[in-house]
Ligand binder design. Structure first.
Ligand code: GDP
Length: 310
C-alpha cells in the first residue's frame, strides 16, 4: 500500500498559499521533482486548460492545496465565488489527474465541512450528519463535494485519490489583515502592535472558546505521510489533538512576543462555537505525530511576520 515519492514528479496545486508553500518546503528535502505553475499561466478553474497543462507537465502525484479561502466576512459576502471557484478547482484538477493517469492524489478539504453541532472531538464519521455552520456553508459544500469526488474516482475508476481535513493552521505565509484573518494571525499582529505602542491587547469575545491549532509545517508533513502510507476512501483528520482557550492562547502569544500588558475583552464580537477540536486518531494510528510545539510554532510564525512586515 505504501507509495514511494522518490523520483516522482509531484505537482503542488496552490503553491503560493500558506499550505502550498509549506508543502514545497517539505518536498525540497525529498528526492523528487516539484512541479508548480503560476496563476497567470494557468487558471485552475479552467478544466480544459488544466487538463492541457497536466498532459504536458505529466505529474505522477498531485496535492490539491489550491482553494479560494477567506474569513467570515468574505464567506458571507461572496458565497457564489466560494462555491463555484472551489468546485471548479477540484473538478478540473481531479478530471485532469484521471485523464493523464496520475498515480496518487491528495485533496485538502477543511474542518469547516463538519456539522455545526458535531460532537467534540470531531471524528471523520461526523461528516454529513447535520446542518453546516451557515457562515461558511458555500465553502464547506464545495469541500464536501471535493471529498466525495475523490471517493467517486476511487469507486468508479479505482483511482488512488485520498482526502484530508486540516484543522486551524498557522505559520509562515499566513494572512494578517486584521478584519479578515483568523484568531492566530490576528493575535500575532495585535500583540506585536500593542508591544510597540505599550497598549492593551484587545481580545474578541469572552476568551473562553477553545480552538485547536496546527503549525503548517506539521500539516505538510502529515500530507506527505498520507501520500506515502494511506490509501482509503475515508477522509483523514489532520490536527494536533490539543485545544487551548483563546485567553490562554493570547497569554502564550504575549509571552512569545514579549509583551506583558493587560488583556481587555471586546464583548461586541462573537465567540463562535465553544469548542472546535478534531479527533485525529485515524492519522496517529497511521504512525504520524505533530512535531512543532505551540510556543515554538508561534515564535516561528512571528519571525515570518516580522520578515514580511519589515
Ligand atoms: P472560528 O474558529 O471559526 O471561530 O474563527 P476565528 O479564528 O476567527 O475565531 C476563533 C475565536 O477567537 C473566536 O472565539 C473569536 O471571538 C476569538 N478571537 C479573539 N480575538 C480575535 C481576533 O482578533 N480575531 C479573530 N478572528 N478572532 C478572535
Amino acid at each position: 500500500m505504501a507509495y514511494d515519492l522518490t523520483g516522482k514528479r509531484v505537482w503542488i496545486a496552490g503553491h503560493r498559499g500558506m499550505v502550498g508553500q509549506a508543502l514545497v518546503r517539505a518536498l525540497q528535502g525529498e528526492d523528487c521533482r516539484i512541479l508548480t505553475v503560476e496563476r497567470a499561466q494557468l487558471d485552475l478553474r479552467d478544466r480544459d486548460a488544466v487538463c492541457a497543462w497536466m498532459a504536458q507537465a505529466r505529474p505522477q502525484a498531485v496535492i490539491i492545496a489550491a482553494a479560494k479561502v477567506g474569513g467570515i466576512l468574505a464567506n458571507t459576502s461572496f458565497p457564489v465565488d466560494f462555491l463555484l471557484d472551489n468546485l471548479a478547482i477540484e473538478t478540473s484538477i481531479m478530471a485532469g489527474a484521471h485523464a493523464c493517469g496520475v498515480e496518487k492524489l491528495l485533496f485538502l478539504a477543511s474542518s469547516a465541512v463538519y456539522p455545526r453541532l458535531a460532537p467534540q472531538p470531531m471524528a471523520e464519521e461526523a461528516l454529513l450528519t447535520g446542518p453546516l455552520e451557515p457562515t461558511h456553508e458555500a465553502y464547506a459544500i464545495a469541500k464536501i463535494a471535493g471529498i466525495k469526488l475523490t471517493q467517486a474516482f476511487r469507486q468508479q475508476y479505482g483511482a488512488d485519490f485520498i482526502a484530508c481535513l486540516p484543522t486551524n493552521l498557522y505559520g509562515p505565509g499566513d494572512r494578517y489583515d486584521p478584519a479578515g484573518s483568523h484568531v492566530m494571525p490576528a493575535l500575532i499582529r495585535k500583540v506585536h502592535q500593542a508591544r510597540q505602542e505599550g497598549s492593551d491587547v484587545v481580545v474578541w469575545g469572552s476568551g473562553t472558546p477553545r480552538r485547536e491549532f496546527l503549525h503548517v509545517d506539521d500539516c505538510a508533513d502529515a500530507c506527505l505521510h498520507l501520500m506515502r502510507s494511506y490509501s482509503g476512501a475515508a477522509p483523514v483528520n489532520v490536527g494536533s489533538g490539543e485545544d487551548i482557550s483563546i485567553l490562554d492562547l493570547t497569554r502564550l502569544v504575549m509571552q512569545v512576543i514579549g509583551h506583558d500588558g493587560a488583556i481587555v475583552h471586546d464583548h461586541s464580537k462573537p465567540d463562535g462555537p465553544p469548542r472546535k477540536l478534531m479527533d485525529s486518531s485515524r492519522l496517529t494510528n497511521l504512525g504520524w505525530r505533530p512535531k512543532v510545539a505551540l510556543a515554538a510554532g508561534i515564535a516561528d510564525a512571528y519571525r515570518a511576520f516580522l520578515q514580511a512586515n519589515r
